[in-house]
Write a protein that binds this ligand. Structure first.
Ligand code: XIL
Length: 377
């Protein structure tokens, strides 16, 4: 018996989602059968959280295929945008929690560890949070009061329901100095410590994280993150883990860099998490001209990913997970920034292939590679 294309797609989608009803192993390639019968959450080291960032189509339940995949594969979720400052607190006296409430319920209904992302960041934050009179920056006391109200309200609302918060996101420059964020300009360098203080006040039991990118590729930035952790510790404040976002490129960082990063961060005593993992396959380009299609050079895989690239991606994911496994006791969570290539923020008008599931929500060779590493004894 042979299946038509549509029937195949349907059966494969159902299988990927975990409803494996039909498994003609002489017909599916072996790797596909393996991938479709396995859930990452069942094969990661004991105690690890493994997850994905979910978008609103998913947390609202509109994207049923993705919802099934997330439910089957993961034991933690992060909100791609739903809990950012501008999403929940667009005006001084107005909080908008509808979508955020559905995100939290989505995870709790499934028994997942629900992550909060994030409280204090220079991006996706409305201007009013920083504005003073006449277009100047607000003074320290005003900005601190706004920060405290924001954190107390958002963290307080989900007290006991959210497992851990990215308290401060991306506070560092690549050279390890503190970024010139409006929060820092208005409050001073201790804005980070203040944010951690407010978060702990609002929920004494919730885990608190510092989260940033390029910690594995930039040793100076990593040193800056370590200084932040030590400063919080010296002040007697709670910090549970550092998140390396893990927005990586093919072979950058190298496995050795990932290894060293985890070891160095872990030396501070806090745990390490990979919080926004994806592997960008597209060339770095300057900003696009608005309204223009991307140039062919900047979008080389517009018609599909060649097999050698597919294999290279799988190989890189395998190398990375081998290092993560080596540090199984140092790591508490690995979260992908999205589920399938169709959902990834890295497309931005181009065709990118950074995740473990393809645009049809089928597992890619990279998924099989990760499964093999996690199940190898
Ligand atoms: C991204 C989202 O994926 C996009 O949908 C949004 O338009 C911009 O933000 N670092 C972070 C994440 O901490 O919040 C960012 O998420 C990706 C980079």
């Amino acid at each position: 018996m042979t299946l038509g294309r549509r029937a195949f797609a349907h059966a494969a989608a159902a299988a990927a989602a975990g409803a494996l009803v039909f498994r003609p192993s002489n017909w599916f390639p072996d790797a596909t059968v393996l991938a479709q019968s396995v859930a990452l959450k069942d094969i990661v080291p004991k105690g690890w959280l493994i997850g994905a960032a979910v978008n609103q189509n998913q947390s609202d339940g509109r994207d049923g295929v993705a919802v099934d995949l997330i439910t089957r594969q993961f034991n933690t979720i992060s909100p791609e945008n739903a809990l950012k400052f501008q999403s929940v607190h667009p005006e001084p006296d107005r909080f908008t929690f509808d979508a955020a409430d559905r995100y939290v319920a989505f995870g709790r209904d499934r028994g997942m560890a629900v992550i909060g992302h994030n409280l204090v960041w220079h991006s996706q934050t409305p201007r009013w949070a920083w504005d003073g009179a006449d277009g100047a920056l607000a003074d320290r006391a005003t900005m601190l009061a706004r920060m405290r109200t924001h954190i107390a309200t958002v963290v307080g609302r989900y007290k006991g329901k959210i497992h851990g918060w990215d308290v401060v996101n991306e506070a560092l420059n690549d050279d390890g100095t503190l970024r010139d964020s409006p929060w820092r300009r208005g409050i001073g360098d201790d804005y980070i410590a203040q944010a951690f203080t407010f978060a702990h006040e609002a929920d004494p039991n919730v885990e608190l994280y510092y989260n940033d990118f390029n910690l594995a590729t930039r040793p100076a930035k990593r040193a800056g993150a370590i200084r932040i952790v030590k400063d919080l510790q010296q002040r007697g404040l709670r910090i549970d883990a550092v998140g390396e976002q893990g927005h990586w490129r093919l072979n950058t960082p190298a496995a050795g860099d990932i290894d060293q990063t985890i070891a160095e961060l872990r030396q501070t005593g806090v745990k390490v998490m990979i919080t926004e993992l994806d592997v960008n396959l597209l060339p770095q380009t300057g900003p696009r001209v608005a309204g223009q299609p991307p140039s062919p050079e900047s979008n080389p895989y517009a018609n599909g990913l060649p097999d050698d690239m597919q294999q290279a991606l799988a190989g890189y994911y395998a190398d990375a997970f081998r290092v993560l496994l080596k540090h199984r006791d140092d790591i508490t969570r690995v979260t992908f920034w999205g589920v399938s290539d169709a959902d990834s923020w890295l497309n931005r008008g181009r065709m990118n292939y950074p995740l473990l599931w393809d645009r049809q929500r089928q597992p890619k060779p990279a998924f099989d590679a990760v499964v093999r590493v996690l199940t190898a004894k």
